[in-house]
Design a protein around this ligand. Structure first.
Ligand code: HEC
Ligand code: HEC
Length: 302
């Protein structure tokens, strides 16, 4: 008996030591991953637009297309991306011109770097996911910057992101993807968005912000880099596992009221997209539907 107890104690000690070593390795590795430096192109912003129109378009873009407020707060003075102990505390910083705001002195290139490449102004990879913004045109980015410049300053210091043990392990093992790895070297930004008309082209432009969760081919499945507790995303193709039985009115209702045709509510994390889809114009919803109707139908997650 005593011998058995000794063996067990020894085994337990070994396991504990391995776990500690593992965490030590993960912490060191995660710091290395996050200290990497990325180069992005530098670019002048578009010129010649009327500031007034730009601000108006920017306001609609933040309401109905790009979900900056999900993480930067409704007044953009700071918000929460993730705040769950083992994962970490990842807050969206203050984008207003108040004390604690981070964008004072930002050039167009700095905005481009964080929003469309996932790279912080000092070159390190951001935790902010930029994959949803890769289709954003120069004009839209300029419009967003113009609109953000009109926001009332809010004084609010937002602490820098900190990763918990699980967050570090995910970063160290490459399970928490960094947008910078995919996007840092891209230079193919469109200059202008497609005209706001019911066309496949405009629909595809709008659907780009759904691909981060619903997948590049919009067939749904597990959400890459998402909170492990998140439901898989639904299939948005016209496959029988997707939207094949839906009418346009079903689609419009789901995005405006957050309910499926059978009346059941759409659940987390689709609720993150609903404040945006709920503000889409009729033209935007129709263009999106037209585009989805033409996407190749696939079984979920393929
Ligand atoms: C899913 C959450 C999320 C969304 C959506 C999001 N951000 Fe961020 N953003 C963050 C986090 C977290 C940071 C903090 C820095 C980091 O990522 O490591 C950040 C940082 C920033 C910064 C400061 C970068 C720096 O160098 O310190 C700017 C500017 C910014 N975001 C603008 C935007 C704009 C504009 C949008 C919408 C087009 C947007 N963000 C959408 C989470 C988000
Ligand atoms: C943050 C992740 C996320 C984003 C962004 C997102 N979705 Fe979703 N969506 C989901 C998840 C998860 C579900 C499944 C929810 C459920 O089962 O209740 C879903 C469900 C749906 C449904 C219901 C489908 C069904 O069969 O029940 C529709 C329609 C939909 N999304 C459309 C969109 C569109 C259009 C966009 C882009 C404008 C979008 N979603 C952006 C995560 C997301």
């Amino acid at each position: 008996m005593r011998k058995l107890a000794k063996v067990l104690a020894l085994l337990l000690g070994i396991v504990l030591m391995l776990v500690l070593l593992g965490f030590g390795w993960a912490s060191v590795r995660a710091s290395q991953v996050m200290a990497r430096s990325f180069e992005t192109h530098s670019m002048p912003g578009p010129t010649g637009a009327s500031l007034e129109e730009s601000i108006e378009r920017g306001s609609h873009l933040l309401d109905a297309r790009y979900a900056c407020r999900d993480c930067h707060g409704s007044d953009l003075s700071g918000g929460t991306m993730v705040d769950a102990f083992p994962l970490g505390t990842i807050l969206g910083p203050n984008l207003t011109s108040g004390v604690g705001g981070v964008v004072a002195g930002y050039t167009f290139s700095d905005w481009d770097r964080i929003v469309r490449h996932g790279v912080l102004s000092d070159g390190r990879p951001a935790l902010m996911p930029s994959v949803d913004f890769t289709a954003m045109s120069d004009q839209e980015l300029a419009d967003i910057i113009a609109y953000i410049g009109t926001l009332p300053p809010v004084d609010r210091e937002v602490p820098a992101p900190t990763l918990g043990p699980l967050g570090r392990v995910l970063v160290a093992t490459g399970r928490l993807p960094f947008s910078a790895d995919r996007l840092a070297s891209r230079t193919d930004h469109p200059a202008e968005p497609p005209a706001a008309e019911v066309t496949t082209e405009f629909g595809a432009h709008l659907a780009a912000v759904c691909t981060g969760c619903h997948g590049q081919d919009l067939a749904g499945g597990p959400i890459p880099g998402g909170d492990p507790s998140w439901l898989p995303a639904a299939n948005l193709t016209m496959h029988q596992e997707g939207l094949s039985g839906w009418s346009f009115d079903d689609f419009a209702r789901s995005l405006r009221e957050g309910v499926r045709p059978d009346g059941t509510p759409l659940r987390d994390p689709m609720t993150l997209a609903l404040p945006i889809t709920g503000n889409m114009t009729d033209t935007e919803l129709e263009a999106l539907w037209l585009y989805l109707s033409g996407v190749e139908p696939r079984p979920t997650g393929t």
